[in-house]
Design a protein around this ligand. Structure first.
Ligand code: ZN
Length: 452
């Protein structure tokens, strides 16, 4: 009896934020979610079988936390799917054998088995082309095109020469990034299962490019082999957002949206861990903590794992269309998609500050090394960057959670380095707790957030 009343006393003396924080400090599971997602599924581009598995995985996670309303919402059919198989390698065989780290964009052809050949420099003019023509068949063509996050940019080249080269029986084109990372991007737009690009485009790290270039120029026999295990999948492939919610007790029709995107890129080696396995796992853990806490917000908290984000916020754009009637009642939309660093707050119009103050105060007290603050700004713009932009476009107070910490996110972003081991457990514990606290306090405020 005494124990019970003491527990009751403690429960009532704590604010909801303190209750969530205490529960999280006892049993936060964000890293377990992330390990499952990255270890059993890995990279998951929208339209890949891996994303379909991830949707089912997230649905089952929500259900296992007790969400009876968890469900998938279809937002599109992808006309042609893409899958990167597990067998990817690159090797320099001569003069000194060693491995090459490489990537290709998604929805680009693979090598259809290992392809070995000499390296020939990309001709610049038709005269050059005619001179090397005989050597091109069965060769890898080394191209000095600038490589950015979206892949090589061939636009500065003579289009006729480029076309003649791709029709000369080459194995593919190899370009070098300016760094030690290789990126992945791409889209299914304008492609079908039957009609799609046929030239293999490989990007390698700067140091490997320099070595290949020097060997090719010196006339030393250079032989390289690539196996790019890329596959096209006949569509249509259904893609979904994954949704679950805690219904509001007083204003169930008023909604706080909390989420991140479940889809990712998948360059060889990448697991889509930090972009945005971290935001997805933190959303799941925030949902689990809130459900387990038994706290009942006045307004509905809707957890959404968006897909199609990497192809241009497609899943969230369709979500706000499909839910157009509800949008005026969305109090706020909050997205975490900044990698594995801790959440350090948000900026926004001054009138929104009070909706965050108590949360940030409680979080900073509980995690003093990771202070959170609201930064008022005169002109606020939440467009671009991630899925909050789709809500912002409809006039919803929308927030991309700010990040700080030691993770060098730009080094990892869309590269082979986006792996579980790059995630920072102490930060993600804070992130998942913060998401739960912030969403609860906004959902439990006296009023909806005022419109911008
Ligand atoms: Zn992202």
């Amino acid at each position: 009896m005494i124990a019970l009343s003491l527990a009751a006393f403690l429960a009532t003396s704590q604010t909801p934020a303190e209750q969530i924080i205490e529960l999280s400090k006892e049993e936060n599971r964000v890293m377990a979610h992330l390990r499952e997602l990255t270890g059993t599924i890995g990279g998951r581009p929208t339209g890949s079988p891996e994303l379909q598995r991830a949707e089912q995985w997230a649905l089952k996670k929500f259900q296992s936390f007790g969400f009876k309303n968890a469900h998938l919402e279809k937002w599109a059919d992808v006309p042609v799917g893409f899958q990167r198989g597990p067998n990817n390698w690159g090797k320099i065989l001569k003069p000194t054998p060693h491995d090459i780290v490489f990537s290709t964009n998604c929805w680009m052809p693979g090598t259809d088995g290992p392809k070995r050949g000499p390296v020939v420099l990309m001709p610049k003019t038709m005269d050059d082309f005619n001179q090397v023509k005989a050597k091109l068949k069965g060769a890898w063509v080394l191209d000095d095109a600038k490589v950015g996050m979206r892949g090589p940019d061939f636009s500065k080249e003579d289009a006729n020469v480029h076309k003649a080269v791709t029709e000369a029986g080459i194995l593919g084109i190899v370009s070098g990034t300016p760094a030690e990372n290789v990126w992945t991007h791409g889209t299914w737009k304008d492609k079908t299962f039957e009609k799609h690009p046929t030239t293999v485009e490989i990007q390698v790290r700067h140091e490997d490019y320099v070595e290949l270039d020097a060997a090719a120029r010196s006339g030393k026999l250079t032989s390289v082999e690539f196996n790019a295990d890329n596959h096209w999948i006949k569509g249509p492939i259904e893609v979904h957002n994954v949704i679950a919610e805690i219904p509001g007790t007083e204003h169930p029709d008023e909604i706080v949206v909390l989420g991140g995107h479940l889809d990712s890129w998948n360059s060889p080696g990448s697991q889509g861990a930090n972009d945005n396995g971290t935001g997805s796992s933190s959303t799941l853990e925030a949902a689990r903590l809130l459900m387990k806490s038994g706290l009942k917000p006045k307004r509905t908290i809707r957890f959404i794992l968006f897909t199609g984000e990497e192809q241009g916020l497609l899943g969230s754009t369709e979500y706000v269309k499909q839910h157009a009637a509800e949008i005026p009642k969305v109090s706020a939309a909050i997205v975490d998609d900044g990698g594995s660093n801790y959440e350090n707050g948000v900026s926004g119009l001054a009138k929104w500050g009070p909706y965050f103050t108590d949360s940030f105060k409680a979080m900073t007290k509980a995690f003093p090394d990771m202070p959170m603050a609201f930064s008022p700004v005169e002109k606020y713009d939440a467009s671009g960057g991630s899925d909050q932009a789709s809500f912002w476009a409809k006039g919803v107070p929308s927030f991309f959670m700010g990040k700080a910490g030691t993770q060098q996110y730009l080094h990892i972003w869309h590269t082979q380095f986006d792996r579980y081991e790059e995630a920072v457990p102490v930060y993600l514990k804070q992130v998942s707790t913060s998401m739960a606290v912030v969403a609860f306090n906004i959902a439990n405020a006296d009023t909806m957030m005022p419109r911008p």
